[in-house]
Design a protein around this ligand. Structure first.
Ligand code: AMP
Length: 298
């Protein structure tokens, strides 16, 4: 089972992902979590990402695509994974498509959690409170100011993915305003319909149906052509057809005669050209003879 969870910060992606991990024995791959770990460990990637993340910006595609590419190949991801926070832009989605293709993997579904923006601030504030209560450090980007920036970034850069995956017939949207339990149930229903469980994945099914329709295509085209011809006959297009045929014939004829004329013209010119020196020679000879005769007379 390979999924993408789409949704703005505070939409409940993390919570639902944890439940899916329990239920399906797959791993949650959150680029945000991985980047935070890299920041904490002060790795070269972490050092690059730290300030961008604190300001609510997006880390480069190169970094996140690289992280995901390595991570999905780890043995614990063999049963499947949930991508949380990735892809976040259309170029990232395209990069994901090509790397999954390379690794001969397919996606089963993309689930969008749709939430009213008005509740997001409350949810993120609640998350910060709970974190504090556990004695853990609050995320530096879970402040109202940075959240506003993250929301703008979501709207502008991530929301286009809704259309991207809808066009790819991968998208299922869930009302993220329902209770956590209800959202989980709804996601469960979607995944049951997708029906991974060792069977054919949705993406593979789609590929198969595309293959089938490709096989049918010539027949369909033929049928459509027949239909169009019948219609055309009815609407008197027959006469039009004849006229077109005639016009084509005369055009052909015209082209032929033009060719002939051109050929003829060319031949005449060539002949004249060949003759020209001879004529000039002859008249020169004649003139010489005349002169000689005149001289002799004198
Ligand atoms: P998140 O935990 O998903 O809200 O991510 C926290 C921060 O990590 C984001 O605001 C970005 O700065 C960075 N980040 C996470 N995932 C990505 C991604 N796919 N592309 C770019 N930046 C990301």
């Amino acid at each position: 089972m390979r999924l993408i969870l789409l949704g703005p910060p505070g939409s409940g992606k993390g919570t639902q992902a944890q439940r899916l991990v329990q239920r399906y024995g797959i791993v949650q791959l959150s680029t945000g979590d991985m980047l935070r770990a890299a920041v904490a460990a002060q790795t070269p990637i972490g050092l690059k990402a730290k300030d961008i993340m604190a300001a609510g910006g997006l880390v480069s595609d190169e970094i996140v695509v690289g992280i995901i590419s390595d991570r999905i190949e780890q043995p614990d991801a063999a049963k499947g994974f949930i991508l949380d926070g990735f892809p976040r832009t259309v170029p990232q989605a395209e990069a994901l498509d090509s790397l999954l293709k390379k690794k001969q993997m397919t996606l089963d579904a993309v689930i969008e959690l749709k939430v009213n923006e008005s509740v997001l601030l409350q949810r993120v504030e609640k998350r910060a409170e709970e974190t504090r209560a556990r004695g853990e450090q609050v995320r530096p980007d879970d402040t109202p100011e940075v959240l506003a920036k993250r929301l703008v970034s979501y709207r502008e850069q991530t929301e286009p993915l809704v259309h991207y995956y809808s066009d790819h017939r991968m998208l299922a949207t869930v009302d993220g305003m329902m209770s956590i339990e209800q959202v989980t149930e709804e996601i469960g229903r979607i995944l049951a319909a997708v029906g991974d469980k060792g069977g054919t994945s949705r993406a593979a099914k789609k590929a198969n149906s595309t293959k089938r329709s490709a096989g049918k295509a010539p027949k369909t085209v033929k049928k459509a052509a027949k239909k169009t011809a019948k219609k055309a006959e009815k609407t008197g297009a027959k006469t039009a057809k004849k006229t077109v045929k005639k016009a084509a014939k005369s055009a052909k004829k015209a082209a032929k005669s033009t060719k002939k004329a051109a050929k003829k013209g060319a031949k005449t010119v060539a002949k004249a050209a060949r003759k020209a020196p001879k004529t000039a020679q002859k008249s020169a000879k004649k003139a010489v003879k005349k002169l000689a005769k005149r001289k002799a007379k004198r």
